[in-house]
Design a protein around this ligand. Structure first.
Ligand code: PMT
Length: 426
């Protein structure tokens, strides 16, 4: 059963209505078990009812008392505690979502083979809600054919097995197998509560280039022309595309300091010209380009090497030069054959209406002018789209179709955009 609650939007501070869900957090026995504490906390702070079910080995890393204090609920590992309540059946049946973090190689092997020898694996067999595994292990274990087969089996049963991050592992080694950050797992879990079919593996074998954030066009060593893009929308698209199986390159301008998505190659750029150079190179070898970045249309014509001083001799105005239109450039490159004809090109439009036309009128004109296949339209102003965690709008297609995108998290909007991309891929 779900109760209505209201939680504070972490960015805008506004109260966003949500519903209280029953979430089971399964914890496997790996060093990353300590990160499950932050995940549990984020679920309880969002108002959800959380039951933590660790394996016996997870308790070697984090004590039962910690999980009980964080969740506010009793914690057990075996099927013989609290027997009259039949917890190995009830927990799974009543859950709205099960999240396993960290999912170790051993735990996934047991789950894939249908074992039910502890409370967590029993719960996995009885759960009919979305089940999200967030793996964490050494690269060799992640790449071993046995683990690869177990991951494929779990996915074939309908479970979502996240791509792990790459980076520092326990000890001195680095590589794929790092647990995605708790904030990222929490965001994907929240998405599954909004839309349980948001993470299909429909982009496997595809290469997707996504731009995000805002460019900054320098005037002198301390000043620039920029905009309010936080990068949240573009990062959500890159994150989801990778978790739907794509090989993703994220070309990131400046953001609000958000962390890089797991399993994504992130290239940082500063200006529109730098972004253009990377996008042009990557677009030549990809299946889809999604331009969610807010690119400055103009840059100061002259970059002054030292700080412009106030007083006599300071300029009365700043001369600007038009920046290249990156999106229109890729469309032209596709016409010219430098980009493959089947590459799907998606633009974004941050629009406001005025006395001459509404948002959609301007967006339709922009779609025609830019020549892309899909245009995601956000109404901006009044605290909408830029910086906040939620978004909505319309998806316009070159074939004339127009679909409203419902209000929800930026991840939800990203999932709708990727459905359209996936449907357009040859
Ligand atoms: O980053 P967030 O805080 O999450 O906010 C998300 C967002 C509002 C920035 C995002 O959803 C969005 O709407 N991005 C596009 C904003 C924008 O610059 O719109 P535009 O109408 O100016 O540009 C239209 C399209 O052309 C965009 O795809 C843009 O990336 C592209 N463009 C623009 C200028 C330029 N010189 N080159 C481009 O390629």
């Amino acid at each position: 059963m779900s109760d209505a609650v209201s939680v504070s939007d972490s960015v805008s501070g506004a109260h966003v209505p949500t519903t209280r869900k029953q979430i089971v957090v399964g914890v496997g026995g790996g060093i990353a078990a300590y990160k499950s504490c932050a995940l549990i906390r984020s679920f309880t702070e969002a108002g959800h009812h959380v039951r933590v079910v660790p394996t016996e080995s997870a308790l070697q890393f984090v004590g039962k008392a910690t999980f009980e204090a964080l969740s506010g609920n009793p914690v057990q590992t075996g099927v013989f505690a609290d027997v009259p309540q039949v917890p190995h059946v009830r927990l799974g049946q009543e859950a709205d979502l099960v999240v396993i973090a960290p999912a170790t190689a051993d735990l996934m092997a047991r789950a894939a083979s249908g074992r039910a020898d502890d409370l967590l694996t029993g719960t996995l067999l009885t759960a009919r809600c979305p089940v999200l595994f967030a793996p964490a292990m050494h690269t060799e274990m992640w790449e071993h054919p046995a683990t690869v087969a177990n991951v494929a089996t779990l996915r074939s049963y309908g479970a979502i097995v996240l791509e792990p991050a790459s980076g520092r592992l326990t000890g001195k080694d680095t590589g794929a197998g790092r647990l995605p950050e708790p904030e990222e797992i929490a965001g994907l879990a929240a998405l599954l509560l909004e839309r349980r079919d948001a993470l299909p593996r429909d982009l496997e074998g595809k290469r997707v280039v996504v731009s995000a954030g805002g460019t900054r066009e320098p005037l002198d060593p301390v000043r620039f022309l920029g905009n309010r893009s936080s990068g949240k929308q573009g990062y959500a698209i890159a994150r989801l595309a990778a978790q739907r199986g794509a090989d993703v390159v994220l070309v990131s301008g400046y953001t609000a300091g958000i962390s890089e998505p797991a399993a994504v190659t992130t290239v940082h750029v500063r200006t529109a010209q730098e972004m253009q150079a990377v996008i042009d190179r990557e677009a030549a070898q990809c299946d889809a380009v999604v331009m969610a970045a807010a690119v400055a249309d103009f840059r100061p014509t002259t970059l002054v090497g030292s700080k412009i001083k106030k007083g006599d001799g300071e300029p009365d105005s700043i001369e600007l030069t038009k920046n290249p239109d990156i999106l229109a450039g890729i469309v032209q490159a596709r016409r010219d054959g430098a980009v493959a004809p089947e590459t799907v090109i998606v633009g974004f439009a941050a629009e406001t209406g005025d006395e001459d036309g509404d948002v959609l009128t301007y967006a339709r004109a922009k779609l025609a002018r830019k020549g892309c296949d899909l245009l995601v339209v956000n109404a901006v102003g009044d605290g909408k789209a830029f910086e906040v965690d939620h978004n909505d709008g319309w998806l316009l297609s070159a074939d004339g179709s127009e679909v409203a995108l419902e209000h929800g998290s930026k991840s939800l909007l990203a999932s709708r955009v990727l459905d359209a991309v996936s449907g357009s891929l040859k």
